[in-house]
Design a protein around this ligand. Structure first.
Ligand SMILES: NC(=O)c1ccc[n+]([C@@H]2O[C@H](COP(=O)([O-])OP(=O)(O)OC[C@H]3O[C@@H](n4cnc5c(N)ncnc54)[C@H](O)[C@@H]3O)[C@@H](O)[C@H]2O)c1
Length: 432
């Protein structure tokens, strides 16, 4: 099949490369010449495990074509996916301007019959507006159907998630579009859920909001655990072993971040408000997420009797989660900015996200080349992102360079008794 993607971010590039690898011819439209030139050489523009190889292989095979030109991509394609960003506005609602401008550019190139699919996360009603834009700007004689196929891939495991999704949501009222989309996805396992467009649009927000709710719930239980001497990690394990609930996303930490959960929770709150429904539950989910980060910093401050000015604090892990270089809404940024505002000196290390972090943190922190170097001279070490390489750090070696043996384990990756036996003052989340 011939398909086009508008946007080559985490969703556009990964999904395009996977469809190309399955034998389709895929055009990807971007708007930055430097990035498109890089991609044309088969070089991925961000870090995602396995992506560089996948992009290179399919570029070399001539199945993955990058262009700045909508005409080149849209004209030969049967299906056009819009996979551009939908960042939050100051109000919390989703900024849909990129989706609408992409739709307008696609419309002008429509010829014959095309299916235009929104993959970006957009609130219910957006695809109706996309349809109006297509109708208004398309050349005479061209026809189209619209569909909503929201994406569920997770950064860090995006390729495998795209190949083996739990479900494929196809929201459309057009039988022809549905058939084409089922045909395109036939080699991808995952249950197809066929529904109308508004349902598909809402499924995506409901999913991310429920996952965020589980995280905030786990964090609320952790804050309560600290008050009563319970071990939140065990509490959540005990809860999650109930098959009706499940273990996933029931982990206490320093809160959720990234380019999806914070923005999608806020966007659903704003959308519900607009529609006259006060989504109090999600307002609390969002509030707890802010609270846990402050709570984490407060623990550091109280260890040092209320004054951390001049203290050197090492932050291990900067990306919003392991296996990505994505720093969008990373909890580390909030932790670091609070620590800096209280006068601490910060040294940081992340296995992959250092380049992106440098763009955001520039000269406000010191960047170290590995975890052990980062800890040299530290009054305390905080683990904020649970990269695998931090799980089995040699804590004795880490301690050797530290000024004081204080460990704030923001992801509960160490055994408190092991750390204490070594002489660390250990602080987990919901466990001491
Ligand atoms: N990142 C994730 O893990 C993830 C997962 C599922 C869904 N989503 C959703 O998918 C959408 C895209 O997310 P992302 O993380 O890939 O975003 P991103 O910011 O990584 O990429 C967006 C891309 O769109 C391009 N773009 C914007 N306007 C354009 C235009 N008019 N023409 C051509 N290109 C244009 C940008 O240059 C960029 O390449 C968002 O709605 C997001 O919520 C993201």
């Amino acid at each position: 099949m011939k398909i086009a993607f508008i946007g080559h971010g985490y969703v556009g590039l990964v999904t395009a490369a996977v469809f190309a690898d399955l034998g389709n011819t895929v055009w990807v439209v971007g708007r930055t010449k430097e990035k498109i030139d890089k991609l044309k050489k088969g070089i991925a523009t961000f870090y995602e495990p396995g992506l560089s190889e996948l992009v290179k292989r399919n570029v070399d095979a001539g199945r993955l074509i990058f262009t700045l030109d909508y005409h080149e991509a849209v004209v030969p394609s049967d299906i056009i996916f819009i996979a551009v960003g939908t960042p939050p506005k100051a109000s919390g609602s989703a900024d849909l301007s990129s989706v609408f401008s992409a739709a307008e550019s696609v419309a002008k190139e429509l010829v014959g019959y095309k299916v235009v699919v929104t993959k970006s996360t957009v609130p219910p009603g957006t695809n109706k507006k996309v349809s109006e834009i297509l109708e208004k700007n398309k050349p005479a004689g061209a026809s189209f159907a619209i569909a909503s196929c929201p994406e569920f891939l997770r950064e860090g495991s995006a390729i495998s998630d795209t190949m083996h999704p739990d479900r494929i949501i196809i929201g459309t009222t057009s039988e022809r579009a549905q058939e084409l989309l089922l045909e395109l996805h036939k080699t991808i396992d995952g249950k197809a859920v066929l529904c109308n467009i508004e349902t598909a649009e809402l499924i995506k927000y409901a999913s991310n909001s429920l996952l965020s709710t589980k995280i905030s719930f786990a964090n609320a239980i952790a804050m309560l655990s600290e008050k009563v001497g319970a071990d939140a990690k065990k509490v959540l394990e005990g809860v999650g072993l109930d098959r009706r609930l499940g273990r996933s996303f029931l982990y206490a930490g320093v809160g959720y971040g990234g380019s999806c959960f914070p923005k999608d929770v806020k966007a659903l709150i704003a959308f519900a408000d607009e529609k006259g429904y006060d989504f109090k539950l999600l307002k609390d989910v969002d509030g707890i997420n802010k609270e846990v980060c402050e709570h984490f910093v407060n623990k550091i401050v109280s260890h040092f009797h209320g004054d951390i000015s001049g203290k050197t604090i090492t932050v291990l892990g900067l990306a919003f989660k392991p296996n990505t270089d994505d720093m969008r809404e990373a909890p580390s940024l909030l932790v670091i900015s609070k620590l800096l505002s209280l006068g601490a000196k910060i040294t940081v290390f992340d296995p992959i996200a250092m380049e992106n972090a440098k763009l955001l943190l520039s000269d406000t922190v010191s960047f170290a080349s590995d975890a052990y170097t980062a800890a040299v001279g530290a009054d305390a070490v905080c683990v904020v992102t649970e990269w695998n390489e931090f799980r089995q750090l040699d804590l004795v070696k880490l301690a050797k360079g530290m000024k004081e043996m204080v460990l704030f384990d923001g992801r509960n990756i160490y055994d408190p008794s092991d750390a204490k036996k070594l002489g660390f003052a250990y602080y987990g989340v919901g466990r001491m």
